[in-house]
Design a protein around this ligand. Structure first.
Ligand SMILES: [Zn+2]
Length: 71
């Protein structure tokens, strides 16, 4: 866990102290100053939404060798 993670954790616990900079375009969660976020196809995403998108895309790309996956 690096400094930024610790800072994000601290801000989560103490939201009044943090300044809201952005909102997640997907779940509308507030993204605070110094908190990490992800720019994905021009949307600002919180870490959680970005993880969800990534795992969705991973599932779409998943194939099993030897199985017929043709459309
Ligand atoms: Zn989100």
């Amino acid at each position: 866990m690096d400094y930024l993670d610790l800072e994000a954790e601290r801000l989560k616990l103490d939201p009044q102290e943090a300044k809201v900079c952005l909102k997640c375009d997907r779940c509308n969660a507030e993204i605070y100053e110094n908190q990490e976020y992800y720019l994905y196809e021009r949307d600002c995403l919180c870490e959680q939404c970005f993880d969800e998108i990534q795992s969705d895309e991973k599932k779409e790309c998943e194939r099993i060798a030897g199985e017929d996956n043709g459309d």
